[in-house]
Design a protein around this ligand. Structure first.
Ligand code: BEZ
Length: 208
């Protein structure tokens, strides 16, 4: 069964490169960027783990904990991390789940059997402090993820939560936002005293 937006993220315990975690307890009051990898010592994964480590301050600023997964063991992960640090000029400090029997990968539908019956595809789950799934993305094994987009969508989710807004195509922090149709004009007056532009009755834009 797939994992859908709005679902509670399935809980689990697992061994990681920083020790055993109980997922919901580990999340605490933070957000999570949970992302899977086909395997250790593979080129695309090496760049993605490295990029995540390089962006540690960006994730921390947003109260987001990165959590990797690949279907290899802890020992292999730790050796691989040495390579990642070396080749990507960074220091990996976030945990990577060791999932050699694919238990967590199967729980999160990260194994796509027509691609591989043992290795995970590149899944992304953004999970909020209420442990709800807020975004899912799936990339194939041979395409590295866009980390600008991962940070952008976290910004969009957090800005939306705080301000009761939606975000338009290609939105970036600071751009105009959208007043969702669920908020009528009377309610919008209270929420958006700065006013808004009615492009169409269903398309109202404002600035924050
Ligand atoms: C990689 O990470 O480079 C990779 C892994 C599995 C299949 C294709 C590419």
């Amino acid at each position: 069964m797939g994992i859908h937006i709005g679902d509670t993220a399935p809980d689990f315990t697992a061994a990681t490169t920083t020790g055993k975690i109980s997922f919901h307890d580990w999340i605490g009051d933070d957000w999570v960027f949970f992302f899977s990898h086909p395997g250790d010592f593979t080129p695309v994964c090496t760049t993605e783990i490295g990029r995540t480590a390089q962006l540690a301050d960006e994730f921390a600023k947003r109260h987001v904990k990165p959590l990797g997964l690949s279907t290899d063991g802890v020992e292999e992960h730790l050796k691989w991390i040495e390579d990642v640090d070396d080749t990507q000029d960074t220091t990996v400090t976030f945990p990577i789940i060791a999932d050699p029997d694919s238990t967590v990968a199967r729980l999160y539908d990260m194994i796509h059997d027509h691609e591989s019956t043992t290795a995970a595809v590149r899944s992304v789950f953004i999970i909020d402090p209420d442990k709800k799934i807020r975004l899912t993305m799936t990339y194939p094994m041979d395409v590295g993820r866009n980390f600008d987009e991962i940070l952008r969508v976290i910004d969009a989710l957090q800005t939306g939560d705080t301000n009761h807004i939606a975000t338009p195509a290609d939105w970036r922090p600071g751009d105009e936002v959208i007043i969702p149709p669920s908020i009528d004009d009377a309610a919008a007056k209270d929420l958006f005293p700065q006013g808004w532009t009615t492009v169409r009755p269903y398309l109202r834009t404002t600035t924050l």
